[in-house]
Design a protein around this ligand. Structure first.
Ligand SMILES: Nc1ncnc2c1ncn2[C@@H]1O[C@H](COP(=O)(O)OP(=O)(O)OP(=O)(O)O)[C@@H](O)[C@H]1O
Ligand SMILES: [Mg+2]
Length: 468
C-alpha cells in the first residue's frame, strides 16, 4: 500500500502542484486548505508524513505541528516556510518538526526530504511494533522517546557494563540521578551496592572522611574506625552527585582515588584498594569551570570519559505527554485520587508549550498540585496551575510583567518572586474556595493549611471571605 501524505496549504495552486508532484512519486495524497481542516483529517487518518505551509490564517502550521506532536509524535512534519521566517522554523524544529523547506522550493530537495521523512516514519512504526525493547514510553525506567533521549539510552546500553567513568550533565531536574541508577542496574554490578554521595550536602570538613573513611582516634569523636563510601561501594557503583561543588583541595584527593583506585582512611596509614564504577553528575558547566580555574583539568578529564548530556525538557516537548501521563498514574495512586484518568488535549498542549525551567522535577510537581484540586475524570487547562491558564499575565488575573519594573527602572528579582508567589497562592485559594462553595474550613483542609493561616493569607492577598 502506498504511503499516504497530508498536504496543507491555503494557496490552491501550490496545493495542486505539491499534490501532483507527490502523486507522481507514488504517494497517496490528501489535501487540506487550512489548519483547521488538517486537524480534522489528522483525527481520522494516520499519515506517513505531513507537509504543511507555516503561515496560514487562523490555525497555522505550528498548530498542526503541535497537534501531531501531541497525538502521534512519530509522524514526521515538514514545514514550508517563506523567506524571513527562520526564527519560526527554528522554533518548529525544537518542537519536533522533521525538517523545513524554504519557498519557493526546489522540487528535488523537497522530494528528497519527503522520502526521508516517510522512511523514518516507517522505521518508527516497525520499531514500535516488532523491535520494541523495553516499553514504548522509554527505557531503563526513564520516560521519553524523543531523539535526544534515544541517544541517551543508546549510550547507557553501550557503556553500562564497562568500568568506564561516566559524567552525567544536565540542568536541575533532568534525570541525572535516574541515569546513574540505570547505569548501575544495567551493569553486571546490579547486585552489588549503589552508593550515592551528594558532594554539595556534605560539609567541607567532613567530605574526606565520608569518602575515604577514618581510623579510630583520627580526630575528636572518632571513637571507632569507619569505612568511607569508596569502600562501601566496592564491587558496585559510586555515584558522586553534584561533583562541581567539590573544593579544589578535595579535588586533588579525589583525583588520586579515581586514577589509582587507592586511598587511605583519614588518620590511617594502610593504602586501600577498591574496585568501583564511578558515575559523576553536575548541573554546572564543568568545562567552563576548568577554563575559569575552578575545577581541576586533570580530574575533569578523568571523570569525563563517557559524557552523557541530558537535554532540558523544553527541548523535547514531544516527551511531555508521556511524562505527564506517567506522573498522573504515579500520583493518582500515591494520593489516592482514583477518579482522575487523563488530560484533555488542550491541557497537554499547554503543558508542552511551557518552558519548564525546573524540568521533569517541576513537571512532577505541577501534576501533583493539579491532582490535589482536580475532580473530573479529565484534567482540563483550567485545572492546571495559574502559570498554564494564562491568568498570571491576563485579564481578570494578575498584574502583567511590566509592573515589576520599579520606579528607577530596575526589575528586582525578589519582587518578581513575591508577585509570582502571590499570584499562584491567590489562584489556588480562589480555586479551593470555588470548589468548596466558599467554605473556608474545607478550603483550608484542601490546601493543607490551618483555617487561621488561610484567613491571614486571604487578608494579605486582599481576598474577602465569601458571603454564603
Ligand atoms: N526521563 C524521566 N522519566 C521519568 N521520570 C523522570 C525522568 N527524568 C527525571 N525524572 C524524575 O524527575 C525527578 C528529578 O530527577 P533527578 O533527581 O534524577 O534529576 P537531577 O538531574 O538529578 O536533578 P538535580 O540536578 O536537581 O539533582 C525525579 O523524581 C525523577 O524520578
Ligand atoms: Mg540530582
Amino acid at each position: 500500500m502506498a504511503d499516504r501524505i497530508l498536504v496543507v496549504d491555503d494557496e490552491a495552486n501550490l496545493r495542486k502542484v505539491l499534490a501532483a508532484m507527490l502523486r507522481r512519486e507514488g504517494y497517496e495524497v490528501d489535501t487540506a486548505e487550512d489548519g483547521a481542516e488538517a486537524l480534522q483529517m489528522l483525527d481520522e487518518e494516520r499519515y506517513a508524513a505531513v507537509l504543511t505551509d507555516l503561515r496560514m490564517p487562523q490555525v497555522d502550521g505550528m498548530a498542526v505541528l503541535r497537534r501531531v506532536m501531541a497525538r502521534t509524535p512519530e509522524t514526521p512534519v515538514v514545514l514550508l516556510t517563506a523567506h524571513g521566517t527562520v526564527e519560526t522554523a527554528v522554533e518548529a524544529m525544537k518542537l519536533g518538526a522533521f525538517d523545513f523547506v524554504n519557498k519557493p522550493f526546489d522540487q528535488q530537495e523537497l522530494s528528497r526530504i519527503i522520502s526521508k521523512a516517510v522512511r523514518t516514519s516507517a522505521l518508527a512504526e516497525l520499531e514500535s511494533t516488532t523491535l520494541a525493547r523495553g516499553d514504548d514510553q522509554g527505557r531503563f525506567g526513564l520516560i521519553g522517546t524523543s531523539a535526544s533521549m534515544m541517544r541517551v539510552y543508546e549510550i547507557i546500553e553501550r557503556v553500562a557494563s564497562t568500568p568506564s567513568t561516566v559524567l552525567v550533565t544536565g540542568e536541575s531536574g533532568t534525570g541525572k540521578e535516574l541515569v546513574a541508577r540505570a547505569l548501575h542496574e544495567q551493569s553486571g554490578r546490579a547486585s552489588r551496592p549503589f552508593i550515592r554521595v551528594n558532594c554539595a550536602a556534605i560539609p567541607e570538613g567532613l567530605i574526606e572522611s565520608e569518602l575515604f573513611g577514618y581510623e579510630k582516634g583520627a580526630f575528636t569523636g572518632a571513637v571507632a574506625s569507619k569505612p568511607g563510601r569508596f569502600e562501601l561501594a566496592d564491587g558496585g557503583t559510586l555515584f558522586l552527585d553534584e561533583i562541581g561543588e567539590v573544593s579544589t583541595e578535595m579535588q586533588v584527593k579525589l583525583l588520586r582515588a579515581v586514577q589509582e583506585s587507592e586511598f587511605e582512611r583519614v588518620g590511617g596509614v594502610t593504602t586501600r584498594r577498591v574496585e568501583v564504577r564511578l558515575v559523576a553528575a553536575t548541573n554546572r558547566d564543568l568545562a567552563r569551570d576548568v577554563a575559569d580555574g575552578k575545577f581541576r583539568e586533570d580530574l575533569y578529564y578523568r571523570l569525563n570519559v563517557v559524557p552523557i548530556a541530558l537535554p532540558p525538557l523544553r527541548e523535547r516537548p514531544a516527551d511531555v505527554p508521556a511524562l505527564a501521563n506517567h506522573m498522573l498514574v504515579k500520583y493518582t495512586q500515591r494520593l489516592g485520587r482514583r477518579g482522575v484518568e487523563r488530560f484533555s488535549e488542550d491541557a497537554l498542549l499547554a503543558l508542552q508549550a511551557y518552558p519548564w525551567p525546573g524540568n521533569i522535577r517541576e513537571l512532577e510537581n505541577v501534576i501533583e498540585r493539579t491532582l490535589l484540586f482536580c475532580d473530573g475524570p479529565e484534567i482540563g487547562v483550567t485545572d492546571l496551575p495559574a502559570e498554564f491558564t494564562g491568568r498570571l499575565s491576563g485579564a481578570g488575573g494578575l498584574p502583567p510583567i511590566t509592573p515589576f519594573v520599579s520606579p528607577n527602572g530596575v526589575t528586582a528579582l525578589k519582587d518578581v518572586v513575591r508577585w509570582t508567589t502571590q499570584a499562584v497562592e491567590r489562584d489556588l485559594i480562589e480555586r479551593a474556595l470555588g470548589e468548596t462553595a466558599g467554605n473556608v474550613t474545607r478550603a483550608a483542609r484542601r490546601l493543607e493549611i490551618s483555617r487561621k493561616s488561610l484567613q491571614i493569607k486571604m487578608k494579605e492577598l486582599g481576598l474577602r471571605e465569601p458571603e454564603r
